[in-house]
Design a protein around this ligand. Structure first.
Ligand SMILES: NC(=O)c1ccc[n+]([C@@H]2O[C@H](COP(=O)([O-])OP(=O)(O)OC[C@H]3O[C@@H](n4cnc5c(N)ncnc54)[C@H](OP(=O)(O)O)[C@@H]3O)[C@@H](O)[C@H]2O)c1
Length: 290
């Protein structure tokens, strides 16, 4: 059995569908089985569990040969944070996998680093370190930003005005990847055990600024007018003022500032040279969320 933690999410649902289509026995770990079932094809097994609670992982782990972690706590509220989910939760999954002798495929982010300004990137780095130091056979799949997530944000913020909201100046080139390409890499990582001990990086063929992506979103829908901006100063104020009272919004502001100012382009050519089967699809800003 392949246990997919995060199998109810944007990436996870594609991974689950592809694994099931390839004939694998798939079980999805979720905090909300009823919601997960609505997002998954009939017949996919669903197990109740929370990566923050190690005890809850024991039962879902029965018969598991590979654990996929496609969870994150970036957008969570309350106790759901990058520290509790991406760092500690992944450690709990790793320990549970080790107990049953399963392999681990960890989904992480391109640019994960211990000193990164975004907590998510620091916590992903910490999870990667734990996985790599363990005795569990592992593969890490690092991805750049999901295009579909950002297209959805731009469409939603445009509302009826047709003018998306761009966080910051929107002039910084960012690598956006089609989520189906990431799913294909995760599925390959599950199936191809020669990839154990490997970090796979998946990115898209283009680096686009948020303004360019917003323009593509508008063109695809026949919208016009300049995008609306949340100025960097406002983002900075939000990141400080909301830190204690609304951590999720503060995290979003920090992320927006980082994406607006840090170099986040990515060149997928060396990863594709090493792994020519990696897909690299152009961003389709006209597509709805997958
Ligand atoms: N979005 C991006 O731009 C991006 C870029 C690079 C890498 N990634 C990585 O790709 C993976 C998938 O991201 P996504 O955007 O597809 O995610 P998503 O749609 O937001 O879904 C998040 C998933 O995490 C699960 N989850 C969260 N907290 C959990 C907990 N405490 N216990 C168990 N499950 C928990 C949720 O399951 P339930 O709600 O059903 O419990 C859900 O399936 C993540 O590892 C993310 O860090 C994302």
């Amino acid at each position: 059995v392949i246990l997919v933690a995060g199998g109810s999410g944007r990436l996870g649902t594609l991974v689950v569908a592809d694994l099931a289509a390839a004939g694998a026995d798939v079980r999805v770990l979720t905090r909300s089985p009823a919601c997960a079932r609505r997002r998954l094809a009939a017949g996919i097994e669903v197990a109740l569990g929370d990566v923050r609670d190690p005890v809850s992982l024991a039962e879902p782990m029965a018969g598991v040969t590979t654990v996929v972690s496609a969870v994150h706590g970036f957008d969570g509220t309350g106790g759901v944070t990058p520290a509790s989910v991406d760092r500690d939760g992944n450690r709990h999954l790793l320990a549970a996998a080790s107990r049953v002798g399963a392999d681990v495929v960890l989904v992480s982010v391109v640019g994960a680093a211990p000193q990164h300004p975004m907590e998510l990137f620091r916590m992903k780095w910490s999870a990667e370190q734990a996985v790599m130091a363990s005795c569990v056979p592992w593969t890490v799949v690092r991805s750049s930003a999901f295009a579909e997530t950002w297209v959805e944000i731009l469409v939603e913020t445009a509302g009826r005005s047709g003018r998306p909201v761009v966080f910051g100046r929107g002039q910084n080139p960012i690598n956006f990847v089609a989520v189906k390409d990431v799913a294909a890499a995760v599925v390959r990582a599950v199936m191809d055990t020669s990839l154990r001990g490997t970090v796979l990086e998946v990115g898209g063929p283009e680096n686009l600024t948020l303004c360019e992506l917003a323009r593509r979103v508008q063109q695809a829908r026949g919208w016009s007018g300049p995008p609306r901006h949340v100025p960097p100063l406002a983002l900075r104020a939000m990141s400080v003022m909301l830190a204690g009272i609304h951590p999720r919004s503060a995290r979003r502001a920090v992320a927006a500032l980082a994406m607006d100012s840090m170099p986040v382009p990515y060149d997928p050519s060396s990863a594709r040279q090493a792994h020519p089967w990696l897909s690299c699809t152009r961003v389709r800003a006209g597509a709805g969320p997958t």
